[in-house]
Design a protein around this ligand. Structure first.
Ligand SMILES: Cc1cc2nc3c(=O)[nH]c(=O)nc-3n(C[C@H](O)[C@H](O)[C@H](O)COP(=O)(O)O)c2cc1C
Length: 150
């Protein structure tokens, strides 16, 4: 099969791009606004890209709160979303008004991070503290001007 992302002419019920690179880890991103509001949301367009320098990133399909907050403070935490945390992780994907802390809505407890201001999810076994956050975008399609992805 051949298709172009710009045309989406694959004839399949779902966009195959999400399935082609799989499995993808979930970046369960904690971020904090300049006002101190806490946000938590899962991002499957997440990965580590380099060890030296250590680089992690996530991509948001529209300008969601995680992006806005990470840009405001330059920091985020990526909590490892393990199988036993899957239900809480799904709850945190709800679209809630800005400023509502999904961690509390999902019944999760936050703990202070060591190196950044956004808290970590206490129940998660691993939390990557990311700082110096930069926006960086590229595209594999020919419609870069018409998409809104961060
Ligand atoms: C497992 C899972 C993976 C997700 N991955 C992404 C993603 O990679 N990019 C994205 O824009 N939204 C993704 N979402 C949807 C966001 O989590 C959802 O839009 C959320 O409300 C964003 O929250 P925020 O506005 O607080 O950042 C995912 C949802 C789930 C359940």
């Amino acid at each position: 099969m051949f298709y172009e992302t710009a045309k989406n002419n694959h004839g399949l019920p779902y966009d195959p791009l999400k399935a082609i690179i799989a499995p993808r880890p979930i970046g369960w991103i904690t971020s904090m606004s300049a006002k101190g509001e806490i946000n938590l949301a899962p991002y499957s367009y997440f990965n580590a890209f380099s060890t030296r320098p250590p680089i992690v990133g996530f991509s948001s399909e529209s300008r969601k709160d995680s992006v806005a907050f990470a840009e405001e403070t330059g920091e985020f935490v990526c909590n490892l979303a393990t199988y036993d945390l899957r239900d809480a992780m799904n709850v945190t994907s709800a679209t809630l008004p800005r400023g509502v802390n999904e961690m509390e809505v999902a019944g999760l407890v936050g703990e202070p991070s060591r190196l950044v201001r956004p808290p970590r999810v206490a129940a998660s076994p691993c939390a990557l503290n990311a700082s110096g956050c930069r926006r960086c975008a590229s595209t594999i399609s020919t419609v870069a001007d018409s998409i809104a992805t961060w």
